[in-house]
Design a binder for this molecule. Structure first.
Ligand code: ATP
Ligand code: MG
Length: 367
């Protein structure tokens, strides 16, 4: 983007349990060459019950966390520009075919189609859409339609304004995750799984766009709870064991009452992995049964904190019968020199925030 006025943008991901932010800067190296830099990131845990399934329940608590992370990422500069994610569960996204040539497509036609397709009331929704690559002589136009309930979006906008931030855009989370998981205009069919703290988002990508998304109740918290029950230990201990051992059972050592022994988490972790593979299978079957242009899934791309789990990729690949890779949100971004020196890099957890920042820098006013 040649004349983008927004050279520093904050990507803000407000989850049910944490608020995460990144600051991305755009540097023009020459007329044609630009560099995107991750300057800083920050995270703040929300007090319990502040958010519920994407709805702001305790505005004061959320406001405090938003102010805190935006001030920390801005690093003393005044950066008001922010792109914020809309919660997966409160948004709708679908690829639609409209039987009209692209040149003839009007706003009214899009509204008419949206009225029929939306699972939420049309008058209570904000819409956004993206035209899919145009093939000449085609009698239909494909658009990716996104919608959100006005009351959800208004609550986010109000909160951001009070925090002193100016939203350039509010974006359906699946779009930001896709932006960081795949290079622009990637070919092939890929399933992106964002496995977070409270849920998993399933994003089916094919024909250079998102086809549909699903959300299901598999999460990092669920794994921790199950380990806690299996070992009768504290939540903190279960979380520690999950991160330390993941799916590496043989080398998983527990310390209890002065004794050291192998932690028995094999059964509970294998069962959980089978459960995830079955969700994945159902989603893939839905795709092949309901989408006329459905193709074989080439790969599964992991995103979100739980995707970092040890041997998770290998175990899921075994069960799903597909190659599984971890997404690299920094694939097209440089980190600044301070961040580059950090030994542990939590960036898979910042996938959404980074994708939002990229939207702000490279396509601030359009999807
Ligand atoms: N190395 C690791 N191994 C296993 N789990 C991990 C690892 N690192 C982080 N996690 C888990 O990732 C989860 C947090 O992921 P993430 O930050 O993506 O969630 P979130 O975006 O806050 O939640 P959500 O998207 O559900 O709102 C936690 O459950 C944490 O235990
Ligand atoms: Mg998340």
């Amino acid at each position: 983007m040649l004349f983008n006025p927004f050279k520093s943008v904050i990507g803000l991901d407000i989850g049910d349990e944490t608020v995460k932010a990144v600051r991305l800067d755009l540097h023009r190296l020459s007329f044609k060459k630009i560099k995107t830099e991750l300057v800083s990131y920050a995270e703040e845990r929300l007090p319990d019950g502040s958010m519920f399934e994407g709805e702001i329940v305790k505005p004061e608590e959320v406001l405090h966390a938003v102010k805190e992370v935006s001030a920390r990422t801005a690093c003393k500069h005044k950066i008001p520009w922010v792109v914020c994610a809309l919660p997966e569960t409160k948004t709708f996204i679908k690829l639609l075919s409209i039987p009209v040539k692209q040149e003839m497509l009007s706003l009214n036609t899009i509204y008419e189609v949206a009225k029929k397709e939306l699972p939420i009331p049309f008058n209570e929704s904000y819409l956004d859409w993206q035209l899919m690559p145009h093939i000449s002589n085609q009698s239909e136009t494909k658009i990716l339609l996104g919608a959100v309930l006005k009351k959800t979006a208004d609550a986010y906008t109000y909160l951001l304004n009070i925090a002193g931030l100016t939203p350039l855009a509010l974006e359906v989370e699946a779009m930001s995750i896709t932006r960081t998981s795949l290079p622009p205009n990637s070919s092939g069919t890929h399933l992106i799984l964002d496995i977070g703290q409270t849920s998993t988002t399933f994003i089916m990508y094919s024909n250079q766009t998102i086809q549909f998304t699903l959300s299901f109740e598999f999460s990092g918290n669920l794994l921790t709870e199950r380990i806690q029950r299996a070992l009768s230990c504290t939540e903190d201990e279960a979380e520690r064991i999950k991160i330390l051992c993941g799916m590496d059972f043989e080398n998983c050592i527990c310390h209890k009452q002065g004794q050291t022994k192998v932690c028995n988490i094999k059964e509970v972790m294998e069962k959980s992995m089978d459960e995830l593979a079955s969700y994945v299978q159902k989603g893939i079957s839905f795709f092949s049964e309901h989408f006329s242009e459905a193709a074989e899934v080439d790969s599964i791309i992991l995103s979100g904190g739980s995707g970092q789990m040890l041997f998770f990729d290998k175990e899921l690949s075994k069960r799903a019968g597909k190659p599984v890779v971890r997404g690299n949100p920094l694939a097209r971004i440089r980190t600044n020199t301070t961040l580059a020196k950090e030994s542990s890099r939590p960036y898979m957890r910042f996938n959404t925030a980074i994708g939002l920042g990229l939207r702000g820098l490279h396509s601030p006013l359009g999807i």
